[in-house]
Ligand binder design. Sequence first.
Ligand SMILES: N[C@@H](CCC(=O)N[C@@H](CS)C(=O)NCC(=O)O)C(=O)O
Length: 224
Amino acid sequence: MIVVHHLNNSRSQRVLWLLEELGLPYEMKKYQRDPKTMLAPEALRQVHPLGKSPVLEDDGVVVAESGAILEHILERHGQGRLQPPPGSEARRRFTYWLHFAEGSAMPPLLLKLIFDRIETAPMPFFIKPVARMISGKVKKTMIEPNLTRQLDFMEGELAKGEWFCGAEFSAADIQMSFPVEAAAMRAGLDASRPRLMDFLKRIHARPAYRRAIERGGPYSFAND
Ligand SMILES: N[C@@H](CCC(=O)N[C@@H](CS)C(=O)NCC(=O)O)C(=O)O
């Protein structure tokens, strides 16, 4: 039996979504973020030493990292579905986007979240202007140019096909959903990038996406 260790409001949503797309049976063990710190509870560290979500258990094997989890599910249970054939150009793109989502797209989004929080964090009044100045500079010189370049790049890539690997929907679209959703929620992705906005509309309309939300609960993309 597949068990998904699911933290509310988190990346494990993508794992539920893939399982729903493939129609695989699974159980969910639910964990709640600390309402103050938004961190995962200690109990997740008993499943995997890093205590992050998602974690998957499948027949005695424990797999962490959402990209690795998606690959594991496809390899063991996918029967060739939701991934382009090995050796194809689409497969090369598939591998690229699977890594890009967490390796390249998420870091600047996470940095933006942290530096936005620094600007509004409670602190002595005489430190606030300094904190705001430093944060503003880092965002302007480093984080925002990176975000803009990445969003432009993703928008351009979607001109090559309806989905990230081309004409067919794949698990790479599931993996890419998180940074695209997060960018729309907190990094200025809007109608000026119509292909990415249309991507969001199309994934939200998928029945499996909706079933995953029903089982796992809604998520806001306001946390890492
Ligand atoms: N790159 C990892 C990131 C895992 C991660 O940071 N998960 C977040 C939830 S989206 C988490 O567990 N946060 C709570 C915490 O850090 O305590 C993946 O894709 O699985």
